[in-house]
Design a protein around this ligand. Structure first.
Ligand SMILES: Nc1nc2c(c(=O)[nH]1)N[C@H]1C(S)=C(S)[C@@H](COP(=O)(O)O)O[C@H]1N2
Ligand SMILES: [Mo]
Length: 192
């Protein structure tokens, strides 16, 4: 179900664009940057920056909700749909979940079915500007239907899995599903 948009329960509008991350910003060198897709796929693939930028681009507008309470509405992202990446790596029949990872080891887990939705992309631009390093540039995942911690900044690896493996915050007390419309904030709420 696609929610109408606006503010999910317990969220408030933010001014500006907060910056939130657990690690330090990794350096970006367009020559040595690589984007790796592996795990439960037929075609494990490595893209250079130039190769990734040559994938078919899309521009999508969506809202962003951080579990700490702020929401930023109407973000226009440009990048490549997750589905384009998956189409090229070709998930094996048993692939059910994905871990998207940053160089630090920060990761978020998501069901493949969520990532294949129309609104999910790897973004290099926000509101018409190159994505700044502090917001995940050169490339971040954007998953509008989940709390912001699943939108991994500085994404460089996508691992397809045949089971669910919890990511960084999911292992530290946050909800595995993280749907803001259901207020799935903390792991103690799971199974309720
Ligand atoms: N690699 C990485 N990605 C991350 C995080 C992080 O700590 N490391 N924090 C997440 C959280 S909690 C949120 S709310 C958003 C914040 O994105 P922003 O800093 O661009 O607002 O990034 C998410 N992606
Ligand atoms: Mo967050």
């Amino acid at each position: 179900m696609m929610p109408a948009g606006g503010l999910p329960p317990g969220q408030h509008l933010t001014r500006g664009w907060p910056i939130l991350h657990a690690e330090s910003i990794p350096p970006f060198d367009p020559q040595s940057w690589r984007f790796r897709v592996d795990g439960h796929v037929e075609e494990p693939t490595v893209w250079t920056w130039a190769e990734f930028r040559a994938l078919p681009p899309v521009t999508l507008t969506s809202d962003f909700h951080c579990v700490t309470g702020w929401s930023k509405l109407d973000n226009t992202w440009e990048g490549v749909r997750f589905r384009e990446v998956a189409d090229r790596a070709r998930p094996r029949p048993g692939a059910s979940h994905v871990l998207v990872e940053a160089p630090s080891g920060y990761a978020a887990n998501l069901p493949l079915e969520i990532l294949l939705q129309d609104d999910v992309l790897f973004a290099w631009s926000h509101d018409g500007e190159d994505l700044p390093p502090e917001h995940g540039g050169p490339l971040r995942l954007v998953v509008p239907a989940r709390y912001g911690w699943k939108s991994v900044k500085w994404a460089t690896r996508t691992r397809f899995l045949d089971r669910d493996v919890r990511g960084y915050w999911e292992e530290r007390g946050y909800h595995n599903e993280a749907d803001p419309w259901l207020e799935q904030r903390y792991s103690w709420q799971e199974g309720r």
